[in-house]
Structures are given as C-alpha cells and as structure tokens.
Design a protein around this ligand. Structure first.
Ligand code: ATP
Length: 330
C-alpha cells in the first residue's frame, strides 16, 4: 500500500486540525509535524492536550476537520480507511484482545484479513511470540483471560506487528503494567525497534518513558501545539521554555547521564585497570555515577578503559559546583 520495502516510511502532518462537534475549541489545532522514516517519535503532554486525537487521525479512527496527512508520500485521506488500518499497526493501553479467540488467533487476525495462507500465519505467530519473549508452545493456545496484564500487552504489541506494517501507532501500550513489568517491556521494545526500524508514533504521559524510547520527542501543549520537537538529548540540554523544563523536572542532568553509555565518553587510559571497581560495557553514565558513589571512588574501569567522574560531568556539561557536591575521594 505504501511505497516502501520493509522498513518504515515518512509521516507528514500538515496543518492538521480536529474540531469535535459541540466543542468550543479544536482538540487539535493546526499541527504540522514531520516524522522521518524508521524513527520512533513520542508524543508527551498533559491529559486532554490532544495526543490520542492526533494519533487517531493518522489511521482515521478520527476524521480530521482540515489539514493533510501523508504516509510514505500517500495522501491518507484519499485511501479507504479499512484498508489503511490493515497497514498501520495499532496498540493501545486497553489492549483490545478478543476474549473468545486464542493468543494465536488474536495475533493472526490482520494477516487472515489480508488473505495470508494458514501455514504462513502460523509461522508468523510463532515468530512474533518469540520476538515478544512469550514461549510459543506455552502461550499460543491460551485465551487472553489466562494471561497476566503484561503478557496481554505483549500479545497486543505482537498483534500490531503481525502484518509487518511500516507504521505503528502506540497509545500508552505499556500503561496498565506495574513499574517492573513496564521497564521490562520498554527494554524489550527498544531491542525490537533496533531490529525493525518501523516508523512509530508512541503516546505517553511519562517523560522518563519518552526519553528512554524516543528517537525524537514532541512535547505538546493544549490543542497539540508543539512546545518542542527534538531528540531527547537536545531537549534535556536546551529546553525551549519553562513549560518544557517543567517536564524535565529537577534532575535533568541525571536524565542526560542515563542517555549516554560508558563507551560514549573519552577514557582516561585505554586499558581496563584491574585495580579499580569494574563496570560492564553498555553501562549508562547514570549507573556508572551511582556505582562510583557507592564505591567512594571517582573512577571506574570499563572494558574499553578508565572512565572518571570528571569525564561524566564534562559529557553532560555539568557545572563545577555539582561535581564538588557529589563527593568522590581521589
Ligand atoms: N469524541 C470526542 N468528542 C468530543 N470531545 C472529545 C472527543 N474525544 C476527545 N475529546 C476532547 O478532545 C480533547 C483532546 O482529547 P485527547 O483524548 O486527544 O487527549 P489526550 O492528550 O490523548 O488525553 P489523555 O492523555 O487524557 O488520554 C479533550 O479535551 C477531550 O475532552
């Protein structure tokens, strides 16, 4: 349907507006946004600011009042809405699994509608269950009521991915889970997206989730007006205004440290030092900082060399007084 191979496609919103009947102000007012192919863009904003309405216009669960939407260059408003939705994955907090269908039948729903042969659907179901870390033999024949909330959400994500759509719309898909399950699902999802490179719009209330998952974040005000649209690192480093700063909160430096890994900063010496406390490759700078504080040291050894507290501070432009206040006994 869209002009692509298997990777994502570009999504363009132009002057997009939604005025619900009987409402005084538009829920979404004149929004223009470009989402590059293969990127995950997170919409963050307060309740009622129009995140869900904006997203639902993209698969035409809500019809725009005016404006334009293009996916892979195609004018979405000229397409048949049912056909469009078969090519746009959609995962929501409420999951929406059919209770009378098994996990396999739920996941195979869209491929079946698209006329895939049964053997190909069965193969795809196995592959997707494995992808979301659910053992196929244990889960494929269960009914949704026989799954935990987190497992249901994984099946929801697998179902959204089933027909390999280039575009995924995800509305708080991990919202109904406890913090530990949520973190686990987020980590799996980051891993998945590295492989899949779909174009994804992801709605959340949770700014931490946005910086963890997003290639870019769109911070929305009322009526979906865009307060800032940039990478997590740029938003944390230079919030556009007080409104954006209020999302970041007091611990912006720590959040920036969490975006970088020990491999990303210059090492003091390029060899591991067995005499120092050791951290693994892939450790975030925030974890490295906690580790140094816990060990009362201002340096630690990584597989690629020695990283110091001063390097961490320099990497995120932390001022001198923050260094002085954080201890570390050299
Ligand atoms: N079907 C509808 N009819 C009338 N008004 C609606 C309808 N759906 C949403 N709205 C209104 O449009 C505005 C935006 O709602 P929307 O659900 O898009 O916000 P949201 O940012 O996704 O909120 P939340 O984070 O609480 O889910 C709200 O003021 C809401 O009351």
């Amino acid at each position: 349907m869209f002009d692509r191979d298997s990777e994502g496609v570009r999504i363009e919103l132009r002057s997009l507006t939604k005025q619900y009947p009987g409402q005084e102000a538009p829920a979404v007012d004149n929004v223009t946004l470009d989402i590059p192919a293969g990127e995950l863009v997170v919409f963050v904003g307060p309740s009622g600011c129009g995140k869900t309405t904006t997203m639902k216009m993209i698969n035409r669960l809500v019809e725009p009042t005016s404006g334009e939407i293009r996916i892979g260059g195609q004018d979405v408003l000229s397409l048949n809405p049912d056909e469009l939705r078969r090519h746009v994955g959609y995962a929501i907090q409420q999951v929406g699994l059919f209770p009378h269908l098994t996990v396999a039948q739920n996941i195979g729903l869209v491929p079946k509608l698209l006329g895939w042969p049964a053997a190909k659907i069965a193969e795809r179901v196995e592959e997707l269950l494995a992808l979301v870390s659910l053992e196929p033999s244990a889960f494929r024949d269960r009914y949704p009521r026989q799954l935990s909330g987190g497992q249901q959400q994984r099946v929801g994500v697998a179902r959204a991915l089933a027909a390999d759509p280039p575009v995924m719309l995800m509305d708080e898909p991990f919202g109904a889970t406890d913090p530990i399950t949520r973190e686990h699902l987020q980590n799996e999802f980051v891993r998945l997206q590295k492989q899949l490179r779909k174009t994804i719009i992801f709605v959340t209330h949770d700014f931490e989730e946005a910086i963890k998952l997003g290639d870019r974040i769109a911070i929305l005000r009322e009526r979906s007006h865009i307060a800032q649209y940039d990478t997590p690192a740029n938003i944390l480093a230079s919030p556009a205004d007080d409104y954006v700063a209020s999302f970041i909160g007091q611990d912006g430096t720590l959040k920036r440290l969490a975006l970088l890994r020990v491999e990303d900063v210059p090492v003091e010496s390029p060899e591991p030092d067995p005499a120092l406390p050791q951290v693994a490759a892939g450790t975030t700078l925030r974890e490295a900082l906690d580790f140094m504080l816990a060990h009362g040291t201002d340096r630690c050894s990584t597989p690629s060399g020695v990283v110091t507290y001063a390097t961490l501070c320099a990497a995120v432009g932390a001022p001198e007084q923050q260094r002085a206040g954080s201890g570390g006994g050299r």
